[in-house]
Every structure is written in structure tokens, then in C-alpha cells.
Design a protein around this ligand. Structure first.
Ligand SMILES: CC(C)(O)CC(=O)SCCNC(=O)CCNC(=O)[C@H](O)C(C)(C)COP(=O)(O)OP(=O)(O)OC[C@H]1O[C@@H](n2cnc3c(N)ncnc32)[C@H](O)[C@@H]1OP(=O)(O)O
Length: 117
């Protein structure tokens, strides 16, 4: 996410770039946060460690952002798509918030963004 954040910073600052397209592969746009990285962290570690830092960067970019989505857009990946100004969805696009099955709050990134703003 740090790399995505850096790329978005650079695109936003580049006067030659008028719009940004974010995409994945045919199989997945993004399957969400790394479950393996999350699974051993306590709530306090996630909250205090700012685990979701940079995840909402798309929503603050001051240039049009287009999400070209195919395959899975799940959890944070679904939220990413929703943060784009336009979603251009392929026929195989699947949007979902399955993280409730992991015991985590669906829509966490957008919820935190709403609370902080
Ligand atoms: C930001 C938050 C924290 O607020 C919310 C989140 O984003 S929590 C994460 C939400 N996402 C999910 O719950 C998606 C979980 N994954 C799946 O449902 C499936 O893996 C799938 C539908 C994306 C793909 O299914 P399938 O084609 O059957 O392939 P798999 O064998 O299940 O997966 C292949 C491989 O990828 C690993 N994988 C998939 N998603 C994740 C993920 N989010 N984090 C880490 N790793 C993921 C999966 O474990 C497999 O790995 P290996 O077993 O091959 O090592």
C-alpha cells in the first residue's frame, strides 16, 4: 500500500497526467488486505499500528481516478473500487465484502475515513 500511495502522490504531482487508471489482472482487481499479515495481530496492534494507513489515498487524489475492474474486488479491494470516481467493470467483475467471515468490520476503510472527516 505504501508503494501505491507513493505512485498516486507522483501521478498527482505530475502535470502531464490528467487522469489515473487503477487495474489488476483478469483474475482479480484486488482480493483485499493481506489476511496472512492480519491474522496474528491483535486489535490494538492493528489500530495502534495504523494498519490501514494509505488505504484511503485513492479517495483524496485530486485527479479523476478510474477503476478498471475484472475478477475479484473483495474487502479492501471492493472499497478501493468504490473510492474511484468511475468504475469500469468487466463481465467477470465480482464485488463483495467477505471479511465479515473473518470477524472484521466490512467497509472498515470507508468507515474510518467518514469518522475522521
Ligand atoms: C481492509 C479490511 C481489513 O478492512 C478488509 C479486508 O480487505 S479483509 C480481506 C477481504 N478479502 C477476503 O476475505 C478474500 C479472501 N480470499 C478469497 O475469498 C479467495 O481466496 C478468492 C475468492 C480471492 C480466490 O479464491 P480461489 O480462486 O479459490 O483461490 P484461493 O486458493 O482461495 O487463493 C489463492 C491464494 O491467494 C491467497 N489469498 C487470497 N486472498 C487473499 C488475501 N486477501 N490475503 C492473503 N492471501 C490471499 C490464498 O490464501 C491462496 O494462497 P495459497 O494458499 O495458495 O498460499
Amino acid at each position: 500500500m505504501t508503494e501505491v500511495g507513493r505512485a498516486l502522490d507522483a501521478f498527482e504531482a505530475d502535470g502531464e497526467i490528467g487522469a489515473i487508471v487503477i487495474t489488476g489482472s483478469e483474475r482479480a482487481f484486488a482480493a483485499g488486505a493481506d489476511i496472512k499479515e492480519m491474522q496474528n495481530r491483535t486489535f490494538q496492534e492493528r489500530y495502534g499500528g495504523n494498519f490501514l494507513a494509505h488505504w484511503n489515498r485513492i479517495s483524496t487524489v485530486k485527479k479523476p481516478v478510474i477503476g478498471a475492474v475484472n475478477g475479484f474486488a473483495l474487502g479492501g479491494g471492493c472499497e478501493w473500487a468504490m473510492m474511484c470516481d468511475v468504475i469500469y467493470a468487466g463481465e467477470k467483475a465480482q464485488f463483495g465484502q467477505p471479511e465479515i467471515l473473518l470477524g472484521t468490520i466490512p467497509g472498515e476503510i470507508l468507515l474510518i475515513t467518514l469518522i475522521l472527516n
